[in-house]
Design a protein around this ligand. Structure first.
Ligand code: X8Z
Ligand code: ZN
Length: 592
């Protein structure tokens, strides 16, 4: 680098467009420094997430502020660079330097510190959330409250638990309002209109194009969601009566067996038509074998190994947190960690021995295997092709948890026949199709909040407008602006963008269809499992190894041969179910 180093030791490339070689050296130096800070920040964050105290909250805020400040400074140095004078690799690195994080530090160090302080604080408030339901003597955490929602069929009890959990986010609102101001300040200092625009800029298209892409995908899948919604509404009405569930309007959100009604799989037993059981339920199978959390994770690891990937390192088993500790507050929401950008992989979860968690574990290991596959890339490329890819890998594996697979690993004795497909598909749809509008609306809401279109005095009302519009649901009891219902979902106080899960819900079916085709599969795609198929593993790994080094259509092409995200794969997967639903709904209203 020919330009003088600044006092921080950082070369200053801001005033002139550097030569290709200078830019390359600048970026390599930035990557070295940021990797160092990344490792330190991850370790601090791990301790905070697994041991929440006032001190670890303080340390987390400090470490994050430092990382964000440094990366903002490096990013600023590159704003005047002309991408045409850079190698394609360096041009992409400069782009990712600006876009890599879900937050940008404001230029003012005081504001940056306040911003990361608020994130640590409100995340902690969420993690510590508890409620004492009527008839209980002590307060319950989210896992225990979720269990009640899963198992209860008493609308009064469900309403109490739903309402109770939604009180934990009231005190989060004030911090969130300030967070929005400071987050936007950081995004504007980084050259974006607001934080939502910065989030939408990450997809190798303009923010406006990305909004249209998402809307187009929703239009592709909405007809399937509406059929499922109509069927479920009718069954809920049969169970709870027409004073609780309307004939043709939106449904109260506390009846779906999940705190946010984002997955309806626990309703399956009350919805399944006669004879349409899926032929198995993993929860009692796993429990009757006394499977422990380690055993659960081992199943998932063996799947990845069957594809030709390496077993997890021994440090994974030593350092992961697999159960909720008895004696301290932790962030229980599941996550996968790549602590040193190399081989120090971990997951952090409070594992319940259920079929649902069996799938979440595959989801998390998908992150870890992605992280390990791209570790040879330069630091700025150690990421998913886009964040939806990262979320889709483990879920793609989960789609291969078919009855045939379960028999192969000894969890089932006999494979149920094709007459059980309808039950299997309905169960999967209650998980995957029901999720789509929820996954879309969280960031629809945040985009409007960040842009200022929705002001703090209408946060909650706009949230429920979206829930009605996309999910066909309403709040079970009147809400006011004292309530902050979006804050009762982890990703809002934790500032994790959510559109990634919507994209993943689309992509995982595309990956699955692409891998099935590559294996020469000619049956219905919901019956295909890539277990033990090294060829599928190779194809998948080709994409994983790329990390973020190429625009995402290249990564998609490596697995599927396709270059656009496309909702036809999920429609194809569920086609037999959709046809059946249409017949079922023939004389029932569809929509709300
Ligand atoms: O947050 C997660 C993962 C961690 S990345 C457990 N998921 C979303 C959620 O729980 O709301 C996975 C699916 C959706
Ligand atoms: Zn994830």
């Amino acid at each position: 680098m020919t330009s003088p180093a600044t006092s921080s030791g950082r070369p200053d490339a801001s005033t002139t467009a550097p030569s290709e070689a200078d830019a390359g050296r600048f970026l390599v130096a930035a990557e070295g420094k940021l990797l160092d800070l990344y490792i330190e920040t991850s370790k601090v964050e791990w301790v905070y997430n697994t041991y929440i105290t006032a001190d670890t909250e303080f340390l987390s805020a400090k470490a994050n502020a430092r990382y964000l400040r440094e990366s903002a400074q490096y990013a600023k140095s590159t704003v005047h660079w002309d991408p045409k004078r850079l190698s394609p690799v360096d041009a992409r690195k400069a782009l990712l330097l600006r876009l890599g994080q879900p937050l940008a530090a404001p230029d003012d160090p005081k504001a940056a510190g306040e911003l990361t302080g608020i994130v640590a604080e409100i995340q902690g408030m969420y993690a510590k959330g508890r409620y004492t339901p009527k008839g209980h003597s002590g307060s319950l955490d989210l896992e225990a409250l979720s269990k009640i929602l899963r198992e209860s069929r008493d609308p009064g009890e469900m309403l109490d638990v739903w309402t109770g959990w939604h009180t934990i986010s009231r005190p989060i609102k004030a911090g969130y309002v300030r967070f929005v101001e400071l987050g936007n300040q950081g995004a504007r200092d980084a050259g974006f209109g607001d934080l939502g625009e910065m989030w939408r800029a990450k997809y190798d298209q303009t923010p406006e194009e990305f909004s249209r892409t998402v809307e187009g995908l929703w239009q592709q899948v909405a007809p399937l969601y509406k059929e499922l919604h109509a069927y479920v509404r009718r069954k809920l009405r049969e169970a709870y009566g027409d004073t609780v569930v309307p004939k043709d309007g939106p449904v109260p959100a506390h009846l779906f067996g999940n705190m946010w009604a984002q997955s309806w799989e626990h309703l399956f037993p009350m919805l399944a038509p006669a004879g349409a059981d899926p032929g198995f339920d993993l929860t009692p199978i796993l429990q009757s074998r006394n499977t422990d959390p380690v055993g659960m994770v081992k199943y998932a690891e063996r799947f990845f190994v069957s594809l030709g990937l390496d077993p997890l390192p021994s440090s994974f088993w030593e350092r992961s947190m697999l159960s909720r500790p008895r004696d301290r507050d932790v962030v229980c929401h599941a996550s996968a960690w790549d602590v040193d950008g190399d081989n120090d992989l971990r997951i952090k979860m409070c594992i319940d021995i259920t079929q649902e968690e069996f799938h979440v574990i595959h989801h998390e290991l998908g992150h870890n295997y992605y992280q390990r596959a791209y570790r040879e890339q330069p630091y700025l490329f150690r990421d998913g092709a886009h964040d939806g890819f990262h979320e889709a890998v483990g879920d793609t594996i989960s789609l291969s948890v078919t009855p045939e697979y379960l028999k192969a690993v000894g969890l089932l004795e006999t494979v149920p026949g094709p007459e059980k497909d309808l039950g299997l598909l309905l169960h999967k749809a209650l998980e995957k199709v029901a999720f789509l509008p929820f996954a879309l609306l969280i960031d629809r809401w945040r985009w409007d909040v960040f842009s200022g279109k929705v002001a703090p005095d209408e946060y909650n009302a706009s949230w429920w407008r979206l829930r009605r519009e996309y999910q066909g649901m309403v709040a079970p009891v009147p809400r006011t602006e004292v309530d902050f219902d979006p804050g009762a979902k982890f990703h809002v106080p934790a500032n994790t963008p959510y559109m990634r899960y919507f994209l993943a819900a689309i992509l995982q079916f595309q990956f699955h269809r692409g891998l099935a085709k590559a294996l020469g599969w000619s049956g219905p795609i919901h019956r295909c499992s890539i277990y033990d198929q090294k060829e599928a593993g190779k194809r998948l790994n080709a994409m994983l190894e790329m990390g973020a080094s190429r625009p995402w259509p290249d990564a998609l092409e490596a697995v599927t041969g396709e270059r656009a995200m496309d909702g036809t794969a999920i429609r194809e997967y569920f086609r037999p179910l959709e046809e059946w639903l249409k017949k079922e709904n023939r004389s029932a209203p569809v929509g709300w």
